[in-house]
Design a protein around this ligand. Structure first.
Ligand code: PAF
Length: 280
């Protein structure tokens, strides 16, 4: 596997591969790779001739500097996982390489980027669009793979791709869960053993909520109440929305796809965990 840290070197390699008619898959990551990322990389390797995995802890999408500081950095182990998955290229640039000048571009795709995470993490999705659009411009991939764990992020990126006319196919990939049901996340490594015991309750309660015969408002309230009853868990929001536009809905019949998206604070630090469940 090639490990490349400059844009010019990456583009040189990719221009060469493209001229041979090779199909390119991109898996954007911020490192601290786990089996969820590995599943994206394996899928890209199976569906493309060349898989590029970017490893870049993008500062512009962090609205909380403490969150950025705490984020795990594990480049050596990341490269080992990528080798094992069969990726051809790891692209691990430094911040100056990606942002020689501050990125002042503004992206706006309401309602997808202003509800839920967008409302609580100002600038987060703008930062995601800045880095993902740069990665698309640099690598010009045929296919790009994103985990459905960040359900809202995929909706925002799809709007950006449509808006800017990128030719890439966005491939959403299913959430990979620990045996306990907890959605895999780089942040899980920050959980204490006690927190790891209670965090799986989030998904258990979400799953249980799909069996209730309640209205949307009642289901939202039930989920929030049940999770808040667990000591150490504190729901920030639970929204049941149109699965495509992410707009709020009042009735189950209001949209063809209906998804519940949740963010929960876990433990004393606390660690912010996100998850979602599909109702239809
Ligand atoms: O999902 C992530 O890890 C990041 O938001 C992404 C897409 C790699 C952009 O930095």
């Amino acid at each position: 596997m090639l490990v490349i840290d400059t844009i010019s070197e990456l583009q040189k390699v990719l221009v060469d591969e493209r001229s041979k008619g090779k199909c390119i898959g991109l898996v954007p990551t911020m490192g601290a790779l786990h089996q969820g990322h590995a599943s994206l990389v394996r899928r890209s390797v199976a569906e493309n001739d060349i898989t590029v995995v970017s490893i870049f802890l993008n500062p512009t999408q962090f609205n909380d500097p403490k969150d950025l500081e705490r984020y795990p950095r594990t480049l050596e182990e990341d490269c080992r996982i990528l080798e094992e998955c069969g990726a051809q290229i790891a692209f691990a640039p430094c911040v100056k390489e990606m942002y020689p000048e501050p990125d002042t571009r503004q992206f706006s795709y309401p309602p997808t980027d202003v509800v839920m995470e967008g409302a609580r993490r100002p600038g987060h999705f703008n930062g995601v669009c800045q880095i993902v659009s740069k990665l698309f411009q640099i690598t010009d991939p045929d296919n790009a793979y994103f985990g459905e764990k960040d359900y809202q992020q995929i909706a925002v990126i799809c709007r950006m791709v449509e808006d800017l006319g990128f030719k890439v196919n966005i491939i959403p990939c299913p959430v990979i869960r620990e045996e306990s049901g907890l959605a895999m996340s780089s942040r899980n490594t920050l959980l204490t053993p006690e927190e790891k015991e209670i965090a799986p309750k989030i998904y258990q309660i979400l799953k249980q909520s799909t069996t209730l015969q309640l209205s949307i408002a009642e289901t939202q309230k039930w989920v929030i109440d049940e999770i808040n009853k667990v000591e150490g868990l504190d729901v920030e929001y639970y929204s049941i929305v149109d699965g495509n536009t992410l707009a709020d809905i009042n009735n189950w019949e209001d949209a063809p796809n209906v998804v519940g998206c949740i963010t929960v604070y876990c433990g004393k630090t606390p660690i912010r965990l996100i998850d979602h469940i599909r109702y239809k």
